[in-house]
Design a binder for this molecule. Structure first.
Ligand SMILES: [Fe+2]
Length: 165
């Protein structure tokens, strides 16, 4: 997985109250978080289109609610990187190269399969976020706080998807 670092191009430096060491520590957890959230949004949309079955409508509509939260928080995390002088990388090529998640099949899928798949994806990212918030706690409590907030959102999503099984 590649990393992002402060942009040192003359005229583009952003002032931050963090030390360079803290910036590096935050970037190391926030860029993978941007990648994970963009991937969850794209995967959720694919499943929104691909779901079939008796529960088509609630699952189809629920996925859009989840996607809205991934989009909101990927933007928040990316802007936090910009805030500390690091250019976030949300390009398709970067997300595809860095994501730890396998692509879902481009086929129709039953509502049960979609719920199982989405539950597993959310759990994977929530677990990573718990590790990342602990990892960055000493360097930057503001970054830790943001990651904890997103963990709370994903855990709530996990409740709502797993309760449908
Ligand atoms: Fe739609």
């Amino acid at each position: 997985m590649s990393t992002v670092s402060p942009d040192t191009t003359p005229g583009t430096q952003i002032e931050t109250s963090l030390t360079p060491q803290a910036v590096a520590a935050v970037a190391a957890v926030m860029q993978p978080t941007v990648t994970d959230l963009i991937d969850l949004a794209l995967t959720g949309k694919q499943l929104h289109w691909a779901v079939v079955g008796p529960r088509f409508k609630p699952v189809h509509e629920h996925l859009d609610e989840l996607i809205e939260e991934y989009r909101e928080y990927s933007d928040t995390v990316a802007e936090y990187l910009s805030t500390i002088g690091v250019v976030p990388d949300g390009r398709a090529v970067r997300v595809a190269g860095d994501t730890p998640m396998d692509p879902v099949d481009a086929t129709f899928m039953t509502d049960d399969a979609v719920i199982d798949l989405m539950t597993a994806r959310i759990k994977g990212v929530a677990t990573s976020l718990r590790q990342r918030s602990a990892q960055v706690a000493d360097a930057d409590s503001a970054a830790e706080d943001l990651l904890i907030e997103i963990t709370r959102v994903l855990d709530k999503q996990l409740w709502m998807t797993s309760a449908q099984r």
